[in-house]
Ligand binder design. Structure first.
Ligand SMILES: *Cc1c(COP(=O)(O)O)cnc(C)c1O
Length: 493
C-alpha cells in the first residue's frame, strides 16, 4: 500500500503529530486564557508589526508548525481586542466558553457543509434551533437556522418579510425584483434599532429613506401609539408595510421595546414583526422575571439572537427563528415544490433552502456543547451575575458626585463624567467624555466604549463577562475618575 499523501508530508499528518501539535496548542490556549487577567486589557499593536504584516509576501515555502505557533504566541496573542479580560466592557463582546472553543476545533475536524443531508451536524443544528424556538415560546412548527450573526439573521428575516408582503399583493419579487412599479415598501423602527436594519433595507432595495423613524419615550423604548398611527396613515395612503423591527435589548442602552403592545399592533395591521434580540435574547429566554416579554416574543414572526454575545459562544454564532419557516423557504428555495420528494418533509429540508448560504459551517456543535456543559441553570447563574454587576455599577455611578447615570438597561450602563462645579460648555463636556473613553482604553487597565445617547457623548459599559468582579468595576470607576480629572484640568486651562 502506498500512501497517496506521502509526497506531500506537510499536508499528511500521522496521529502522533496531530496529538503532539494539539497538545502544544492546548498549552498555548491554557497560557492565553489563564494569563489574560494578569495582562493589560488592551495594548496597541506595535507599529513595527503593523508594518511587517502590511508588507509581508505570501510564504513561498512552508514552515514547521512549531515555528508558526511560536509566532502566534509572540506576535498575535499579545494584542487581542480585549474581550475575555475581566475588565473589558466594550461593545457586546463576551469571553468564550472554553468547551465551545474546543468544539470549534472538533467541528472543523469533521468539516461538513451543513447545507443539508443525513449527517449528525444537520440533526444537531435542528435540535439547537428547536431548543431556542421552545425557549422563546414560539408555537409548534417554528424553526430557523444558524447564521453568522444578527446582521445576517435580520437580512434573512427582512428578505422573507419582503417576499411575504409582496406576494400578498400579487407581486413575485423573486422573479421581477423591484424593477416594475409597485407600492412603496416601508419598514418601521426607532432610531435605537441596530445599524444592520438599515444595511438590510438598503440591500433589499427598500431604501433607508423608507424606514419610518418611530418615536421613543424617555426610556428610549418604541412608543406604540406612534407606531400604530404611522402604520394606519401609511396603509391609508396605499403604501405596503413590510415589517416592524422591535428591539429586545437595544445595543446602545439595553432598552426593551414594549413587546406585547407592538405585537398587538402588528396583528391588527397584519404586518411582519421582527424582534432583534441579538443581545437581550438570553435573559429574556431564560429568566423568570422576563416571562411577559417572552410570551410576546413568541408571537413574533421572526427573532434574531446572537449566541456569540450573551451565551459566550465563540464568534460566529447567530440565530434566526421563524414562526413559519416555510415563508423563508418560499423566499429562498430554488427547489420547486413539484420536485420535492416525499422524504423532503420539513424535517429533512435543507437549511440552504431557508437562507442565502449554501456551504454552511457546523455552528451548532459549539452551542450544543456549551449548553450541555452549563445547562440552562448554569446559564441563568452566569447571566444573573452579569446583571447584578451592572446594577452594582449603576448604584456606584448614582452615588458618585462627578458621574451621571444617563441610561441603563439589562447589563448596559451609559454614564457621563461631569466634574462638580463644571463651568465648560455642553460641547466641551461632549468632547471631554468622547476623549475619556479613549484615554481609559489606552491606559489598558479597563476598557469601555463611547457612544451617544440622546445626542450626548457618554461612556458605555456592557457586562457580558461572568469573570468580572465588583473589584474590577471599582477599578473601572477609578480609571474614569482619574482620567476624567486629568482631561478636565486640561480643558479648564
Ligand atoms: C450585535 C447586534 C446586532 C448585529 O449582530 P452581528 O452579530 O454583529 O451581526 C444587531 N442587533 C443588536 C441589538 C446587536 O447587539
Amino acid at each position: 500500500m502506498t500512501n497517496p499523501a506521502a509526497d506531500v508530508p506537510a499536508w499528511a499528518w500521522d496521529e502522533q503529530q496531530i496529538r503532539r501539535v494539539g497538545m502544544a496548542v492546548a498549552d498555548i490556549l491554557a497560557d492565553y486564557l489563564g494569563g489574560l487577567a494578569g495582562r493589560p486589557v488592551h495594548r496597541p499593536v506595535p507599529e513595527h508589526l503593523k508594518r511587517e504584516w502590511a508588507a509581508e509576501a505570501p510564504p513561498r515555502s512552508g514552515t514547521a508548525p512549531d515555528e508558526i505557533l511560536a509566532r502566534f504566541t509572540e506576535q498575535i496573542a499579545p494584542y487581542p481586542l480585549g474581550n475575555g479580560h475581566p475588565r473589558f466592557y466594550g461593545w457586546v463582546n463576551s469571553p468564550p466558553a472554553v468547551l465551545a472553543v474546543y468544539a470549534q476545533v472538533l467541528a472543523a475536524a469533521m468539516n461538513p457543509s451543513v447545507a443539508g443531508g443525513d449527517h449528525a451536524a444537520y440533526y444537531l443544528e435542528r435540535q439547537v434551533v428547536r431548543w431556542f424556538a421552545e425557549l422563546a415560546c414560539m408555537p409548534d412548527g417554528a424553526g430557523g437556522l444558524l447564521v453568522s450573526g444578527a446582521s445576517m439573521a435580520t437580512l434573512t428575516a427582512l428578505a422573507t418579510a419582503r417576499h411575504h408582503a409582496m406576494s400578498r399583493v400579487g407581486i413575485d419579487v423573486r422573479a421581477r425584483g423591484l424593477q416594475a412599479p409597485g407600492p412603496r415598501l416601508l419598514l418601521y423602527a426607532s432610531a435605537e434599532a441596530h445599524g444592520c436594519v438599515r444595511k438590510a433595507a438598503e440591500l433589499l432595495g427598500i431604501g433607508s429613506d423608507n424606514i419610518r423613524d418611530i418615536e421613543t419615550d424617555s426610556l428610549l423604548q418604541i412608543r406604540p401609539d406612534h407606531l400604530a398611527a404611522t402604520l394606519a396613515a401609511d396603509r391609508g395612503r396605499g403604501d405596503l408595510p413590510v415589517a416592524v423591527i422591535a428591539s429586545a435589548g437595544t445595543v446602545n442602552t439595553g432598552a426593551i421595546d414594549p413587546m406585547a403592545e407592538i405585537c398587538a399592533i402588528c396583528d391588527e395591521h397584519e404586518v411582519w414583526l421582527h424582534v432583534d434580540a441579538a443581545y437581550g435574547g438570553p435573559p429574556l429566554l431564560l429568566l423568570p422575571e422576563y416571562h411577559d416579554s417572552r410570551e410576546a416574543l413568541g408571537r413574533a414572526d421572526s427573532i434574531a439572537i446572537d449566541p456569540h454575545k450573551w451565551l459566550y459562544i465563540p464568534v460566529d454564532a447567530g440565530l434566526i427563528l421563524l414562526r413559519d419557516p416555510e415563508r423563508a423557504r418560499h423566499a429562498f428555495s430554488l427547489v420547486p415544490p413539484y420536485l420535492r420528494t416525499d422524504d423532503q418533509t420539513a424535517d429533512t429540508a435543507w437549511f440552504s433552502e431557508y437562507g442565502f448560504e449554501q456551504t454552511r459551517p457546523f455552528r451548532a456543535l459549539k452551542i450544543w456543547m456549551a449548553m450541555q456543559q452549563l445547562g440552562l441553570d448554569g446559564y441563568r447563574d452566569l447571566i444573573r451575575r452579569d446583571l447584578e454587576l451592572a446594577e452594582y455599577l449603576r448604584a456606584r455611578v448614582r452615588s458618585a458626585p462627578d458621574l451621571e447615570l444617563i441610561a441603563g438597561g439589562l447589563s448596559i450602563t451609559c454614564l457621563r463624567y461631569r466634574p462638580a462645579g463644571w463651568m465648560g460648555t455642553p460641547e466641551q463636556l461632549d468632547q471631554l467624555n468622547h476623549r475619556l473613553a479613549g484615554a481609559v482604553q489606552q491606559a489598558g487597565r479597563a476598557f469601555l466604549a463611547g457612544t451617544t445617547v440622546r445626542g450626548q457623548a457618554v461612556l458605555r459599559a456592557c457586562l457580558v463577562n461572568p469573570g468580572a468582579r465588583r473589584s474590577d468595576i471599582d477599578v473601572l470607576l477609578a480609571e474614569i475618575l482619574r482620567h476624567g480629572a486629568q482631561l478636565a484640568s486640561r480643558t479648564g486651562s
